[in-house]
Design a protein around this ligand. Structure first.
Ligand code: FES
Length: 80
């Protein structure tokens, strides 16, 4: 599974660094290092409501307080 996180200006201002760190921690805590690849991506134009993240090409607008729920629904449950 590929997760990409936009690190361009608007997403950076919206907290991309925090989101990357949270996702890295969640991948490690759940022992998913061999199943999930985190990558940086660049602006896709969808940066109004949060940090733009894609999971296998599907786009989400993510805020730091939603990372855990996002990870459970879109990563853990999908890999189960
Ligand atoms: S700056 Fe991240 S999607 Fe635009």
């Amino acid at each position: 599974m590929n997760i990409s996180i936009c690190v361009c200006t608007a997403c950076h201002v919206n907290g991309a660094k925090d989101i990357v760190e949270k996702l890295q921690n969640l991948v490690a805590e759940n022992n998913l290092g061999d199943k999930v690849e985190l990558k940086a991506s660049f602006c896709d134009g969808d940066c109004k409501d949060g940090v733009y993240v894609t999971v296998d090409g599907k786009g989400f607008s993510l805020t730091a307080d939603k990372v855990e729920e996002f990870f459970k629904v879109n990563v853990i449950d999908k890999l189960a």
